[in-house]
Design a protein around this ligand. Structure first.
Ligand SMILES: NC(=O)c1ccc[n+]([C@@H]2O[C@H](COP(=O)([O-])OP(=O)(O)OC[C@H]3O[C@@H](n4cnc5c(N)ncnc54)[C@H](O)[C@@H]3O)[C@@H](O)[C@H]2O)c1
Length: 410
């Protein structure tokens, strides 16, 4: 009689242990996710949206300091271009609220350092994703944005081989989510956003002009930017949103992006690491129309200043609205080998370089912008050559990273 009773007790005992173990695992997982994604749970986010200090910072940051200043929402404000554009807007008296999800595509500490810099200039960055419609609507409720400078995106061509979903998430889903909120506003803001020179894809005709074909992208990144241009057309056509797309050409400068060649060449040259300089078939020289950040910022401000108002409200179009696309380049392509020579001289270190064939990862062989349209309509006039721009970048790099030993002198 005792035996089955014991067996039953034992079974209950083990079930209890199992239950406790599963509960611990479950609670552990909840703890892990809430620590790693602090704003991802709805209840957490709603609390955050009601925080009065948070609201105060947004209101303060979004308030223009000059009489006719704009109120601009800058997405991707902790990014390279976003930080510079936000600074310039705030410096001239506009109200600026940043939005960035601080993703880990490249070192987060650099994004946080940019955030600190913006904080010192009275610009607050909201931490959140452009796919979060509730958050976007809340921001528009707090500040009647006159303009949106949309720079948040998954940038970089090569990373699409590893994480294609991130391009669709930010460059397509995120853009649509932002436009969905903008279209419902009354008044609707005017939107200026970053497309890319990569939309010219495999085009052979140079310099690239806005009227050239852009239907042969060579990377997923380019395809999502091209999709963005088509999406912009739709929201302009149906909802009367004023939208300006800017096709940036290889932007470089202080506070730049660590995934870009000029940046990691600098890091690797200083470390004495080998760098690969790619060439095309039959020794074709790879070159880029490197454009200095201050010139790009002037182009962005020119686009914001010449943007006319959106014509719709509450999602309904009231008349035709402005739809524009401009190249913002330097119109002076430089071979990548020359970029390396300039860096060697500025860093006073000989690069350990190998020339190798360009891998098939979506990169194009050359870019060259025709900027006459932007010159005419935005007053865009780049003034910084690669040598002078890299000098400023290297000075910033050495100051920011304070690299210890240099390897070998030129
Ligand atoms: N730098 C260039 O050479 C270049 C060239 C062509 C086009 N562009 C475009 O210009 C814009 C700015 O580029 P950048 O060089 O400053 O890149 P960046 O990566 O430094 O900045 C983009 C910022 O957007 C944020 N972000 C990404 N996805 C987001 C999301 N879903 N929600 C909220 N924030 C998000 C990132 O955290 C990042 O801080 C991008 O749209 C990029 O595609 C840049």
């Amino acid at each position: 009689m005792d035996k089955p009773l014991n067996a039953n007790r034992l079974r209950t005992h083990f079930s209890l242990i199992k239950l406790i173990a599963w509960t611990c695992i479950f609670l552990g997982l909840i703890l892990f996710f809430s620590l790693h994604y602090p704003h991802s749970s709805p209840s957490n986010r709603l609390k955050y949206l009601e925080d009065s200090d948070w609201k105060y910072q947004i209101l303060n940051s979004g308030r223009p300091k000059s009489r006719n200043g704009f109120r601009v929402l800058v997405t991707g404000a902790a990014g390279f271009v976003g930080m510079h554009v936000s600074t310039a807007l705030r410096q001239r008296g506009d109200g600026v609220v940043g939005l960035d999800n601080f993703n880990g595509y490249y070192e987060k500490s650099l994004k946080r350092a940019r955030e600190d810099l913006l904080k010192s200039k009275d610009v607050f960055i909201v931490e959140g994703d452009i796919n979060d419609g509730v958050l976007l609507t809340k921001l528009f409720k707090l500040v009647k944005f006159t303009h949106v400078m949309h720079l948040a995106a998954q940038a970089g061509v090569r990373y699409a081989m590893k994480n294609p979903g991130s391009y669709v998430h930010s460059n397509i889903g995120g853009f649509v989510s932002l436009l969905e909120v903008c279209k419902l506003m009354n008044p609707q803001p005017a939107i200026v956003w970053a497309s890319s020179s990569s939309v010219y894809g495999l085009n052979k005709k140079v310099p690239f002009s806005e009227i050239d074909r852009t239907d042969n992208p060579s990377s997923l990144y380019a395809a999502t930017k091209k999709a963005g241009e088509a999406i912009a057309h739709t929201y302009n056509h149906i909802h009367g949103l004023s939208i300006t797309g800017l096709r940036f050409f290889t932007v470089y400068g202080p506070w730049g992006r660590p995934d870009m060649a000029y940046f990691f060449f600098t890091r690797d040259i200083l470390k004495g690491k080998q760098i690969s300089v790619f060439e095309g078939l039959n020794g074709f020289t790879v070159s880029r129309d490197f454009t200095y950040i201050d010139d790009i910022v002037k182009g962005c401000l020119g686009a914001l200043d010449t943007a006319t108002k959106s014509t719709g409200s509450g999602g309904i179009k009231k008349g035709p609205a402005q739809l524009r696309v401009y190249n913002l380049g330097n119109t002076s392509p430089v071979p990548v080998s020359k970029l390396v020579n300039i860096l060697e001289k500025l860093l006073k270190v000989k690069a350990n370089k190998v020339v190798s064939p360009m891998p098939a990862n979506g990169d194009v062989l050359f870019t060259h912008a025709n900027i006459s349209l932007a010159r005419r309509e935005l007053g865009y006039k780049p003034t910084t050559d690669l040598q002078s721009g890299l000098k400023k970048f290297v000075a910033w790099y050495l100051d920011y990273y304070k690299p210890s030993g240099k390897k070998s002198s030129v």
